[in-house]
Design a protein around this ligand. Sequence first.
Ligand SMILES: [Zn+2]
Length: 322
Amino acid sequence: MLSKANSQLPVSRLLIEYPGNSNEPTLVIFAGIHGNEPSGLTALINVRHKLTEQSIALKGGFYGIAGNLEAIAVEKRYRDEDLNRIFLSERIQKVQNNQDELNSEEEELKQILHITDKINQQTTDEVYFVDCHTTSSESIPYISLNEGYRDSYLFAKGIAATSIIGVEREIKGCLPEWFNREGWHGFTFEAGQHSAPSSVESQEAIIWQGLFHAGCLYADEHAELFDESQQTLYANGANHYTFYSVISSYRIQPDEEFVMKPGYENFQKIRLGEVLATSNGQPVMSPANAHILMPLYQKQGSFGYFVAEEIQEKYLEFKELH
Ligand SMILES: [Zn+2]
C-alpha cells in the first residue's frame, strides 16, 4: 500500500550527499517534488544502499534532494500550491529576500535553493540533474525535456527512454526550466504510475543511467550495472530515440467539473474529434490526430491532458545558453 511505503520513508531533505572534487561533474536527483509521488525517494534510498554495500566509488559529486517534505508527510501532491509551478524568478526573489511570510511550498523552495546554491559553489564542472516524477495514469517511463537546451538533450539522448519535448510551452514554473536556465543540464523523468512497483525500478534505473551519462561512473568499469539499468528501462517499455513534441494542452478551470474518460494510457494514439473527457457534462474532443500525454486520473492537477505529435530527431532545434 502506498501509505505504508510512504510512512517508512525518512523525510529528510538531503538523502544523498557526495560532494566529489570541484573539477568533476555532479549529478543532482530531485524526488518527491510532488508529495504523492514517493517512488523516486525510495529509489534514492535503494541506490544509496547499493553504493555503500558494493563500495562503488564515484568520479564526481552526487546529491539526492527530497522535494516537498510537508506534502510527502501527508501523501498529497502539495499543501498550499504546486511546488513544481513556482520555480519562477519573481517567486525565487520573494523567498530569498527574507521579508515576506512564506506559504508551505515557498518555504520548501527556499530550502531546496539553499542546497542547490551550495552545490554551485562547490563545483566548477558541469552539473546534471534528473527530476523524478510519476503519473496518475499507467505509463511507460519517459523523459520530458525543455526545448532548446543542447547539453540536456545530449544527456538524455544516451539513456534508454522515450522523450517528449516542450511541456514548458504549456506549463510555467517547473523545476527543470529554472535549472536549465541556470546552466544545469537535465530533465524531468516520469517513471510510470504513482504506486506501480515498476516505477521504483525505473527510478533506480534512471539514477544509475544518470550517474553514467553525467560521467560520475564509467560504463566499462561497471558494465553489469550499466546493462542492468538500461535493460530495466527497456523491460518497462521505454523506447529509445523516439521523440514527441507537445502541441496543445487542456487546462482545467477552477470550478470546472473535468472527468477523463477511463482507460487512456500515456502516448496512446487519439483521433481528431475523439471524445477524451467531459467538462461539466459536455464532451471534450481531441483537437488532432496525435498522441495523448498525462491524462488526469487524480483530483489535484490543473491540466486534463496534453496532446503531442511524434517528431524526427533531425527537427529538434537548439539554442545556446548565455
Ligand atoms: Zn509529479
